[in-house]
Design a protein around this ligand. Structure first.
Ligand code: GTP
Ligand code: MG
Length: 553
């Protein structure tokens, strides 16, 4: 199903919206490469944030005439674009050309009252549209899909792909965030910002993590943080004269306590006043305190933190790596999907590898190719200019932000080869001795005995995979070896790609045979060969539902 995204006449903004990487997914697609953003991360964030501020979310009746809907809303101001989606009801995301139109719409809106309950009169940008005459509307609008295809559909698509390269690109195309989903993510942050602004009028709620780093999969969580630096910068204006004015404030013993207090109040506020915010949990004693909630109308599981500038910078770095070469995202998506299919990752925190760590491993692997596919973080730092200089909490986060200043790689290896080599490389990596370090792009001695050590690129004394247990790491290594072996076998006995038989990437996403012994590169395992073959055979039919769980992470 294709989403409806119409660009209505709105001088000045239409041209901007038709930019290459902003094309709505309903328009002609020339391939996955078109999705690679070329703009600076900060420009993209600012532009999308500004768009979101001109946007409203409307819960609609199930049957609605699109034309009448648009005509009704146009009385409040010209509309730039809109789309519909379903999430326990029909919703519309409507972007006006001007921010002022939202005020007009709010003025023409009333707070409902019912006999049984009392409404808290909170005026947000989330509305409920009702029909005056229940019987007058008959048509159903087409809606944009916010979740990936079912496993069965994906399986079929992958089986009919032309090559393993094609499979990886197909998986990326199917799973990556759509234009509409990205808009909905920025809108959700903007709606939360409106609530936080009741306390901190100049705050910004910024999305980070996989929602913005171009590695997000449809259905992934929405990480956001409350940025109060704007407030501080505004108040730091230099004034003339002999005096310096300060705000009277309350002081607390540490930054952590300040964060906990702010998040505690915001959590209460979201719980009591936030339309559509449900299941609010205040997780304030975590290493990084957060408020977790579901934004029902968008269907996003949200994690709100404060002062998370380093995480935003990590997102920017991943955005740059994702944009440098079209193979990066394709490989990361497949590895993430492979890890999820084998329960190496989970949406529940624990001793398993995270998607963030897996992405770092892929980046590191691509830095180790000859010639390298990705530059090291140190070389991105060398290319930086004065504008790129950035120090956060004493950590040097300087790297080049202008993508055009980074030379494309000379490496021409196929995705198929890279996938195989990834499994070979990490199936044989000396995890007991070495750490992974994308700053220098080479293995280093592990500074401590953590089973998996991936140096935090900005807080260099920290390990981003400190949580990973020895048994989870061993599971990763075993599965990597097994996958390398499966791909090797396919080279020898490649199934006809026109058949419906699982092959290539699909074989890797299938569950491992039970009681599997540890694989080694050199050792042939007859039992495993037979089990895999039988399993592949048994999947010829329709038993494809449980080879991977596509919802969530
Ligand atoms: P998903 O699994 O798709 O949500 O990927 P994600 O990249 O959004 O991961 P997650 O939601 O777990 O974390 C959000 C962001 O926080 C990441 O993108 C990182 O920037 C940052 N982050 C997560 N885990 C760590 C960690 O262990 N150390 C550091 N320094 N940052 C982390
Ligand atoms: Mg996330």
């Amino acid at each position: 199903q294709r989403p409806i995204v119409r660009l209505l006449s709105c001088p000045g903004t239409v041209a901007k919206d038709l930019r290459r990487d902003e094309q709505p997914s309903g328009s002609v697609e020339t391939g996955f490469e078109d999705k690679i953003p070329k703009r600076r991360f900060s420009e993209m964030q600012n532009e999308r944030r500004e768009q979101a501020q001109r946007t409203v979310l409307i819960h609609c009746p199930e049957k609605i005439s699109e034309n009448k809907f648009l005509k009704y809303l146009s009385q409040f101001g010209p509309i730039n674009n809109h789309f519909f989606y379903e999430s326990f009801g029909l919703y519309a995301v409507v972007e006006f050309c001007q921010k002022e139109s939202i005020g007009s719409l709010q003025n023409g809106t009333h707070t409902p009252s019912t006999a049984m309950e009392t409404a808290i009169p909170f005026r947000s940008r989330f509305f409920n549209l009702k029909l005056k005459n229940q019987t007058s509307e008959r048509s159903r609008v087409r809606s944009s899909n916010q979740l990936p295809r079912s496993n069965k559909q994906l399986f079929e698509l992958l089986c009919y792909a032309e090559s393993i390269d094609d499979q990886l690109n197909t998986l990326l195309k199917e799973f990556q965030l759509t234009e509409e989903n990205t808009k909905l993510r920025y809108l959700t942050c903007s709606l939360i910002e409106d609530i936080a602004a009741a306390y901190f009028p100049d705050c910004i709620v910024r999305p980070f993590g996989s929602s913005v780093n171009t590695f997000g999969k449809l259905g992934c969580d929405l990480d956001m943080f409350l940025d109060l630096d704007e407030t501080r910068n505004l108040s730091a204006h230099k004034t003339s004269g002999n005096f310096l004015m300060e705000f009277q404030v309350k002081n607390v013993p540490s930054e952590r306590i300040a964060t906990q207090k702010i998040l505690s109040v915001l959590g209460e506020c979201l719980d009591h006043f936030g339309p559509g915010c449900v299941g609010v949990q205040k997780i304030l004693n975590a290493r990084c305190p957060l408020v977790r909630f579901s934004h029902q109308a968008s269907g996003f599981q949200c994690d709100l933190t404060t002062n998370n500038r380093i995480a935003l910078t990590s997102s920017e770095l991943l955005y740059i790596y994702g944009a440098l070469d079209s193979r990066v995202r394709a490989l990361v998506f497949s590895i993430r999907c492979w890890a999820r299919a084998h329960s190496l990752t989970s949406s529940i925190p624990g001793a398993w590898i995270t998607n963030f760590s897996l992405t770092m491993m892929v980046i590191f692997f691509l830095q180790r190719r000859s010639p390298p596919i990705l530059p090291t973080l140190d070389s991105l730092k060398t290319l930086a200019d004065a504008e790129d200089k950035c120090v956060i909490e004493g950590n040097n986060c300087t790297f080049v932000r202008d993508l055009s200043r980074i030379k494309p790689s000379q490496n021409t290896e196929t995705l198929e080869l890279l996938l195989k080599e990834f499994f070979e490389y990490f199936g044989n990596f000396a995890f007991d001795k070495n750490s992974i370090n994308i700053r220098q792009g080479r293995e280093q001695n592990k500074p401590d005995s953590s089973p998996l050590y991936i140096q935090n690129p900005f807080e260099t004394s920290l390990n981003i995979s400190k949580n990973v247990s020895q048994s989870q790491l061993q599971k990763f290594v075993d599965l990597a070896r097994e996958s390398a072996w499966i791909l090797q076998q396919e080279d020898i006995d490649r199934p006809s790609i026109s058949s419906n038989r699982p092959w290539g990437l699909v074989s890797l996403l299938l569950p491992s045979p039970p009681n599997r012994k540890s694989f080694t590169k050199k050792k042939s395992n007859k039992f495993a060969i037979e089990t895999v073959k039988n399993l592949l055979e048994s999947l010829k039919g329709n038993r494809t539902e449980n080879f991977t769980k596509t919802s969530g992470k």
